[in-house]
Design a protein around this ligand. Structure first.
Ligand SMILES: Cc1cc2nc3c(=O)[nH]c(=O)nc-3n(C[C@H](O)[C@H](O)[C@H](O)COP(=O)(O)OP(=O)(O)OC[C@H]3O[C@@H](n4cnc5c(N)ncnc54)[C@H](O)[C@@H]3O)c2cc1C
Length: 438
């Protein structure tokens, strides 16, 4: 796993190196010929890097099956955000450098120079609109985080960046000083085609193929407690739908009022059963409607994704689930036990009525390889306990240091436990967690 990860990183760095090398070959003799010339050279580099980073972003968020297992979807999604900022900085520098450089050469002020670009340079108006769209997306994304707008508002607006990528393409080939030479033009096209095909295949085509092969449909919707519902899906040849306990899918329910949104949900049952189960907490405007999904609804399934899965070798686990965070952990239990593993599970909820899968856990526990501790933070009187922490865990699990640790639950719980385990010296490589947000 580490080897493949290194290989991908090296290939990425080699591409970066190749771009910088070609840029240097083409431009080094233009350096030190005055400010305008210098800025033109740097504008070319920032332009090339901006495109390279944007294409990297598409690979990071493309749910690409040959990449995801090594980096993890959540990590790639985080990197996608960082690269978004980096790309935007590069695009902005590219624009500013060009503006000053050409402004100096033609003795125009910045506004006149922009108008000159728009009126007299073919394809440049598209590139300027593209930059404005990137700017708009960044501003809106920050406002959405700051003002806590709906996820969908961010999602739909952020699709504008795809338009921005298309709009910016023309000016690269038309005016890109480094994209006139044979080898670089071929490389540039190859880069776009490679990323574009991978993105289209994994984001769209594979989902259609999945549906065509399995024809997922809702067979029943079952209440697990007062606000959690399990959706059972049947499908053709489900044995061929491969996943590991702990993985998640991105589901799009093809029913009125649901089909516009695709949401990630962990598969809450082990592989090998004759249906696929998603267990969903009614927490927001979409998930609160889940209980109304009609039986028979077709479902588009993207996945399975995720690296929050049992270890190949490790036999002893300490698992901690908070609330709905039990779903991926529940799906892992049989797989671990069948492979000779042994699990101690802490399952924390506000109240006993919030607990789900109580019967299933008891049944697995009877087999003798799972031991559950239930923990409630807002129960009546003496049943209520403070938030689950390392001290409580250590009292029950004397060999905690030898165990592989799995966490899934609310973000504050994960952050707090990660810090506590780190403090007592648990190596980071022994801790695995899944956050239910990207
Ligand atoms: C890997 C993973 C596994 C998950 N597994 C489960 C599970 O087994 N059971 C369960 O109940 N929940 C699970 N979730 C959380 C679930 O996806 C969100 O609770 C759900 O999408 C909320 O949607 P909403 O519109 O009802 O709520 P909102 O209040 O609109 O959203 C709450 C938060 O959920 C996230 N979210 C909303 N829509 C999406 C989307 N389309 N794609 C990605 N994130 C979104 C955002 O962070 C948002 O801030 C999982 C999330 C992830 C990332």
């Amino acid at each position: 796993m580490r080897y493949q990860k290194k290989m991908f990183s090296i290939i990425w760095l080699l591409n970066l190196f190749f771009i910088v090398l070609l840029w240097w070959n083409n431009n080094s003799d233009l350096l030190n010929q005055g400010l305008a010339s210098n800025l033109l050279v740097w504008a070319r580099l920032t332009g090339l890097l901006a495109v390279f980073f944007v294409l990297t972003q598409l690979l990071q968020i493309g749910r690409i099956k040959w990449l995801e297992p090594y980096f993890g979807h959540d990590r790639l999604a985080r990197q996608h955000h960082y690269f978004g900022v980096l790309s935007f900085v590069m695009i902005t520098l590219h624009f500013i450098f060009l503006l000053i450089s050409y402004g100096q050469l033609s003795h125009l002020g910045w506004w006149q120079q922009i108008m000159d670009f728009v009126n007299n340079w073919e394809e440049l108006s598209g590139a300027i609109v593209s930059w404005l769209l990137f700017l708009l997306t960044i501003i809106i994304s920050i406002s959405i985080v700051y003002f806590r707008w709906r996820y969908e508002s961010w999602y739909y607006l952020h699709l504008l960046t795809y338009l921005a990528i298309i709009l910016a393409f023309g000016h690269q080939l038309e005016w890109g000083g480094d994209l006139r030479q044979g080898v670089m033009v071929i490389y540039w096209w190859a880069l776009y085609i490679f990323v574009g095909l991978n993105y289209l295949y994994y984001r769209f085509v594979l989902i259609v193929i999945n549906y065509y092969c399995h024809q997922f449909r809702i067979t029943k919707v079952v209440a697990e407690n007062h606000n959690v519902y399990s959706i059972y899906l049947s499908g053709k040849q489900l044995v061929n739908f491969k996943y590991s306990g702990g993985q998640f899918v991105i589901a799009r329910f093809l029913a009125a009022k649901f089909w516009q949104q695709a949401h990630p949900f962990s598969i809450s049952q082990e592989p090998g059963t004759d249906n696929l189960r998603l267990t969903i907490k009614a927490s927001g405007d979409f998930s609160k409607q889940i209980k109304n999904l009609p039986v028979g609804t077709p479902v588009l399934i993207d996945g399975a994704h995720g690296t929050f899965v049992p270890q190949q070798k490790k036999k002893q686990y300490l698992m901690i689930a908070g609330g709905i965070g039990i779903t991926p952990i529940r799906a892992m239990l049989p797989e671990i036990i069948n492979n000779g593993g042994e699990i101690i599970l802490f399952y924390t909820n506000k109240k006993e009525e919030d607990l789900i899968f109580g019967e299933e856990l008891k049944q697995i526990e009877r087999g003798g390889h799972l031991h559950c501790f239930y923990h409630f933070t807002q129960e009546e009187g003496s049943l209520s306990q403070p938030r689950l922490d390392f001290v409580t865990i250590r009292k029950e699990v004397f060999d905690w240091a030898e165990r592989e640790i799995y966490l899934c639950g609310p973000k504050p719980m994960i952050i707090s436990l990660l810090a506590q385990f780190k403090e007592v010296g648990v190596p980071r490589s022994h801790i695995h967690y899944e956050l239910f947000s990207w």
